[in-house]
Design a protein around this ligand. Structure first.
Ligand SMILES: [Fe+2]
Ligand SMILES: [Fe+2]
Length: 195
């Protein structure tokens, strides 16, 4: 199979071919935005990082029991480059895959995937219901409440932050910054009018 040249349009078409669930699409868009933001911070290829973020859970809606396995098949069949596939599969390291994140991009994806969920849930219980005025401090407060967003595995985020050598507060702050760029698309603009 001939390899394709990835671009955002192809990635979005693939995402929406396999995903119809609004929540999952919003999650993909959130992770894409945060990956783009981190790529910019690191002076890396924001399109590549964003596309990988967009596709990371591609197989989850249709094949929840084969998450991180089926996606490899699908992307190989469609001719996606190996480094894209490796990155996508490694996001589930220790959860649904034994492929360890190696590249800094992969380590960041591993770290921020679950965190976007905690940020979103935190934003939604605030008076503004908006990510635009959500601060790391509020997220950290909710972090400690184990019943809050109980599905979010905090230990993965901690492990990821160690892997990338960033303070947790900084990781949370930058994750919020990334999500702000798509606040409207991910349903987290709340009642705040942008300046
Ligand atoms: Fe996943
Ligand atoms: Fe995810």
């Amino acid at each position: 199979m001939e390899k394709i040249v990835p671009d955002r349009e192809k990635a979005y078409a693939l995402l929406t071919e396999f995903n119809k669930n609004d929540g999952l699409i919003k999650h993909a868009l959130s992770v894409e935005a945060v990956m783009r933001h981190f790529a910019e911070l690191k002076g890396e290829d924001s399109d590549k990082w964003g596309i990988i973020g967009l596709l990371h859970d591609l197989d989850y809606e249709k094949y929840p029991d084969q998450h991180c396995v089926k996606v490899k098949e699908i992307m190989e069949e469609r001719g996606w480059p190996d480094d894209y596939i490796h990155a996508v599969v490694s996001h589930g390291w220790g959860i649904c895959s034994d492929v360890e994140p190696e590249h800094i991009m992969e380590k960041i994806l591993f770290t921020i995937d679950e965190l976007t969920g905690l940020v979103a849930t935190t934003a939604l219980v605030r008076p503004s219901k908006s990510v635009l005025d959500t601060k790391a401090k509020s997220v950290k407060k909710k972090w400690k409440d184990k019943r809050f967003a109980a599905g979010v595995d905090r230990s993965i985020i901690t492990k990821g932050a160690e892997m990338i050598g960033m303070e947790l507060t900084e990781v949370i702050t930058e994750t919020i910054e990334g999500m702000k760029t798509v606040a409207e698309e991910i349903g987290l603009k709340g009642n705040i009018e942008e300046a």
